[in-house]
Design a protein around this ligand. Structure first.
Ligand SMILES: *Cc1c(COP(=O)(O)O)cnc(C)c1O
Length: 329
């Protein structure tokens, strides 16, 4: 049985670090999309709630429904309006042409395109969008944007910040209601001294990545299916891609690319948490290595796999199959 262990102390520690940055827990929107970045949303939700988190962001209504009992406010980031919106949830409004599709009285956070050009309304369309929101009787509660390069803090980042500042000023003049503004993701928050907005949307740092002093929450384990002694010169797995140089005590463990891992194809050295190499090509539901006992930690730091496969920590984590059993330790 493969297994994900989630370290409660580490998660609580990271939330405390985030609250140190924002000033308090009331300014945090925990991003729980995609099963809390592959960790296990319903397991981490009660911990976040007990810590004082009231506001989360998710991908879609299905995720929102799974978590609605834990949090007062849930922002749905990737929703296509259809007239059936749940008036308890908050929806990101991503496209000016879809305003009329929302159910009247839907709660909205307006996404602004400050030049990332992914989602949102352009500054020059603000008047039109605002009129439309009034016309279709939507409840505008917040305004937000997203940075394309907060991890580098380059010129583009400061331009986007400046654009968002203009947006805020526009709203301060235009409407009397209190709106919530948010723009900072993990990188923006941890790369700055004081966040300017009411809220910050933090995903990755919750889980211990993206800032050095944080603690990794997730570790991935596999369990032994079988064991054998290979003689020097014998091969293991598909295509016989690995051949032993000496007699080796080999075990096969119950985790493979079917569980959401990238497929190791026996090229290069990919090491498990105990330093042992994966030997031969990974199979769909198993891999082999030197016998390391009944339980083996595949990784307790996804960046080992991210570096090996030339991708980002996010992708290694989020791909972990939701069917893998998860426990809190
Ligand atoms: C995923 C996401 C975040 C969180 O980003 P991190 O880099 O994980 O902090 C914030 N805002 C939006 C709109 C997102 O899609």
């Amino acid at each position: 049985m493969s297994l994900i262990k989630l370290n409660q102390k580490a998660y609580e520690f990271n939330l405390d670090q985030i609250a140190n940055k924002t000033g308090n827990f009331d300014r945090i929107i925990c991003v729980f999309k995609d099963n809390a970045y592959g960790h296990g949303a319903t397991l981490l939700a009660p911990i976040a709630k007990n810590k004082g988190i009231n506001f989360i962001a998710v991908k879609n209504e299905q995720e929102a429904n799974e978590l609605k009992d834990f949090f007062d406010s849930i922002l749905i980031l990737s929703h296509r309006p259809n007239g059936n919106e749940n008036l308890n949830f908050i929806y990101a409004l991503n496209d000016i042409d879809l305003i009329e599709k929302f159910k009247p009285l839907s709660r909205i956070h307006l996404k602004i395109d400050t030049n990332m050009h992914r989602n949102g309304i352009k500054f020059q369309d603000l008047d039109k969008a605002y009129d439309s929101i009034l016309k279709y009787n939507l409840k505008l509660e917040g305004v937000f944007t997203h940075f394309s390069s907060a991890d580098n803090i380059d010129d583009f980042y400061f331009k986007q910040k400046n654009n968002f500042k203009k947006v805020k000023e526009w709203f301060y003049k235009k409407c009397d209601e209190k709106l919530i503004f948010h723009s900072f993701n993990s990188a923006a928050l941890f790369n700055s001294q004081i966040p300017e907005d009411e809220y910050c949307r933090v995903g990755l740092v919750q889980f211990g990545y993206g800032a050095l002093h944080l603690k990794k929450v997730l570790s991935l384990y596999a369990h032994k299916l079988s064991q054998r002694i290979l003689k020097a010169g014998e091969s293991i797995g598909y295509s016989n891609a690995y051949t032993t140089l000496k007699d080796l005590n080999i075990a096969t463990y119950d985790l493979g690319y079917g569980d959401g891992l990238f497929r190791y194809d026996a090229k290069g050295e990919l090491r498990l948490a105990n330093g042992k190499k994966i030997l031969g090509k990974m199979s769909m539901d198993s891999f082999s290595c030197e016998d390391s006992g009944d339980e083996i930690c595949v990784f307790d730091d996804a960046s080992v796999w991210a570096n090996f496969f030339n991708t980002i920590d996010y992708e290694i984590l989020v791909k972990l199959h939701p069917g893998i059993k998860r426990i809190i330790i």
